[in-house]
Design a protein around this ligand. Structure first.
Ligand code: PRX
Length: 713
């Protein structure tokens, strides 16, 4: 396959049909950057198109000078000797330099006299006249619980937590797994690892025990930080229970989790399941309560000096094989890039009354870079909200903005489309006058949602920054800078200073304006991934093996996204061209879902494809062939109840976000003569583009359509 077929059609209205990647969309609206004074932001870091152009040109003409200057904004224990050592695809940034990430986010602000500044504004989910799941019959308070954590408190808590982790044997170079709700202690745990020079691997709280197990084993993690539960839409998510299941399964496979540190957040467990700190529990691990282990630890813990290229974290993301990839980010380069992109994209500045709210969970890269690291490095308060956008009502987010006078709001297209559906009257009921800049991330945004966002949330005055990037890039790679770059709804506009982005064909030649191709980055940048944990081959072939500089043969970084540039040089990302789907902005490997399906005893074979979905961008459609012998022996029918059972099976194995929206049974999956599943055909069938004669309530027969399309792939 040489063209990113199919993916473009899934791109929420941005992009062409399934037959190719040439876009048919013509979007002519354009919004000029607002005047800083009129918007009330004081000043712009980059204040005109000309200034942006100059900065971008200079950054590419003298990358070492540019990145050296950016790195100078961080606090280093020892300065670097060389900005970059590049032997494709391996980059070493700020070679010889030593630093500490927690020091850069917390301690240096305290030392500079800002210890009493607010670092985190946290709001818990429970609120309003609803019956508590935790204690039936009781009511939540009318006002939500709010905590403001200062840099001094954060310094103290990260020190205590680091000492507690150290007493469990955690040291520089280890990987600590974190599986927690969105509470301040999640940020504390992340920063405490950094304080010790240990790497963290944060797993999103929506993942199921099997997914935890896979990630813990791959990372070789011996210590897990979790909570008894977390609140989500008024319910308790049983996090500790999921960890216990994962730890038990791991011990059966010869991997022992040694310690589990548990924050008591919900206190919902019955006495029979409670434990005492220090007791051995599921999987043979020793369990510790946070309030005892962290609360009782010393508050003195100097930040450990680490090398610029020492690993800061692992973050698992889905790929086109069934196994998630542990993306490796290192300390110096990631921090420089997260700090710079946060500052430029959102015009962050301390002491300017800014309040930054990114709604992503810290379990995703967006939460790493724009809830924790990038924002804290810029000394701007970061908002963490624990729960769902529709609890207790559909206007919860707008009340959070009004309550905390949020100036920057950063969310995902799927959320924006949901807000649109919920109605204009909900944001209109709240005071959103504090907002200055709006951001979006995670998938292509359809222009209609973009314009709605600008009008109903930004009151037609806040610029909207559509930030295109990936787990692998560490921070934004294409985005408008709000004071400098005119925006067009649906376009992520122009590259970040320092980023040499292009749309090319398979030979690495740049595509003419308007023509679709592959989105590549032609030279290294500090935030780039340094590897896939334990899998060199995957790192090299996935990202660096596909496109080369036609003149020098040097590999380009390939993002696996299709894109085009318009006549103004603006980028329009069309979507993934590999076998991953973006569901509500979250990456899911089709293979992951397929493996979960075939682990069900009744399933012989499964193929999973994305189909367009109004709110989620893409939804999951699973085509399944069943084992006739199993149906007979169990006395089952291939009907609705089995479809539901299979969908729940996937949710249990991978997590709720992987639950298929549609399960369809087929006699046999359509295959080419060489035996490859005809995914494009399945995508067309799922999208309703290609009809097959039978109705979908019975077994579908692909034999006719697939014979007509034998030439595919
Ligand atoms: O397909 C692109 C899409 O999300 C992918 C990266 O997903 P992940 O690593 O989970 O990181 C999400 C948060 C950065 C990309 O390959 N994507 C992300 N942002 C955009 C986007 N597609 C279009 N426009 C965006 N703004």
């Amino acid at each position: 396959m040489t063209t990113p077929s199919g993916a473009a059609g899934e791109a929420g209205g941005v992009g062409g049909g399934s037959g190719g990647i040439d876009s048919t969309l013509v979007e002519n609206r354009r919004f000029e950057p607002p005047d800083a004074g009129a918007l009330g932001v004081g000043r712009w870091h980059v204040g005109s198109a000309e200034e942006y152009r100059r900065l971008h040109e200079e950054s590419l003409a003298d990358p070492e000078g540019f990145w050296g200057k950016e790195a100078g904004r961080l606090a280093w224990f020892r300065g670097w000797e060389k900005v970059l050592e590049w032997e494709a695809p391996d980059a070493r940034w700020f070679v010889g330099g030593t630093l500490n990430a927690c020091y850069n986010c917390v301690d240096r602000h305290v030392q500079a006299g800002h210890g009493e500044d607010v670092a985190i504004i946290w709001e818990g989910e429970p609120v309003g006249p609803v019956t508590s799941h935790a204690s039936p019959g009781s009511k939540y308070a009318a006002e939500p619980e709010v905590r403001r954590v200062t840099y001094r408190e954060l310094q103290e808590q990260t020190s205590r937590c680091a000492n507690a982790l150290r007493s469990m044997g955690v040291k520089k170079g280890d990987v600590v797994t974190i599986y927690m709700p969105m509470v301040p202690e999640l940020a504390v745990a992340v920063l405490a690892c950094a304080r010790l020079g240990a790497a963290h691997s944060v797993i999103f709280g929506g993942f199921a025990p099997h997914a935890i197990k896979e990630r813990v084993a791959d990372a070789g993690s011996r210590v897990i930080v979790t909570a008894d539960g977390g609140y989500r839409r008024g319910e308790v998510v049983p996090l500790q229970k999921n960890v216990e299941e994962a730890a038990s399964a791991l011990s059966g496979e010869g991997h022992r989790v040694e310690h589990v540190l548990v924050l008591k957040r919900t206190g919902h467990e019955l006495p029979s399941r409670r434990f005492n700190t220090g007791s051995v529990g599921a999987g043979g691990a020793v369990y510790h309560w946070w309030h005892e282990a962290v609360g009782g630890a010393s508050d003195a813990c100097p930040c450990v000096e680490v090398g610029s290229e020492d690993m800061l974290f692992l973050l698992y993301t889905s790929g086109s094989t069934g196994k998630p990839k542990g993306i490796v980010h290192t300390t110096g380069g990631y921090l420089v890039y997260a700090g710079m992109t946060a500052r430029l994209t959102f015009n962050l500045m301390p002491d300017a009354g800014q309040v930054f709210w990114c709604t992503a969970d810290v379990g995703w890269i967006t939460g790493h870079s724009y809830v924790v690291y990038g924002v804290m490095m810029n000394r701007v308060p970061t908002v963490m909200y624990e729960g769902a956008p529709n609890f207790p009502g559909n206007d919860r987010f707008w009340s959070v903005i009004a309550r905390h006078r949020v100036t920057h709001f950063y969310t995902a297209p799927t959320a924006i489309r949901t807000f649109m559906k919920w109605g204009d009257d909900l944001p209109a009921k709240h005071d959103l006058s504090s907002l200055r800049i709006l951001g979006t991330v995670g998938e292509p945004i359809n222009p209609e949602a973009w314009v709605w966002y600008r009008r109903h949330i930004g009151w037609d005055r806040c610029p909207v920054v559509d930030t295109y990037w990936q787990t692998e890039t560490g921070g934004h790679v294409c985005t408008p800078l709000p004071g400098a770059v005119a925006t067009k709804p649906g376009s992520c506009t122009v590259p970040m200073p320092g980023i040499d982005a292009a749309v090319v064909n398979e030979r690495g030649e740049e595509m003419p304006a308007g023509r679709g191709g592959l989105f590549v980055i032609r030279r290294p940048w500090p935030g780039m991934l340094r590897g896939v944990h334990g899998n060199r081959e995957r790192f090299v072939s996935n990202y660096w093996g596909r496109v080369k500089d036609p003149a020098t043969g040097e590999p380009y970084y390939f993002s696996a996204d299709g894109a085009r540039r318009d006549a103004d040089g603006y980028f329009w990302v069309q979507g993934r061209i590999d076998d991953v789907i973006k569901v509500s902005g979250h990456l899911l490997g089709t293979m992951e879902v397929e493996s979960a399906l075939v682990s069900h005893p009744g399933v012989a074979e499964a193929a999973v494809v994305g189909m367009p979905h109004e709110i989620k961008g893409s939804a999951i459609c699973a085509f399944v062939t069943l084992k006739p012998a199993w149906l007979r022996s169990e006395g089952r029918e291939p009907g609705e109840s089995l479809k539901k059972e299979l969908a729940s099976h996937v949710a249990r194995e991978v997590g709720a976000l992987a639950r298929p929206d549609q399960v369809r049974f087929a006699e046999a999956l359509p295959k080419t003569r060489s035996g490859k599943i005809m995914r494009r055909l399945l995508r067309d069938v799922a999208a309703g583009v290609e009809k097959i004669t039978q109705d979908t309530t019975t077994l579908e027969d692909f034999s006719v359509v697939s014979r007509l399309r034998e030439d595919e792939d």
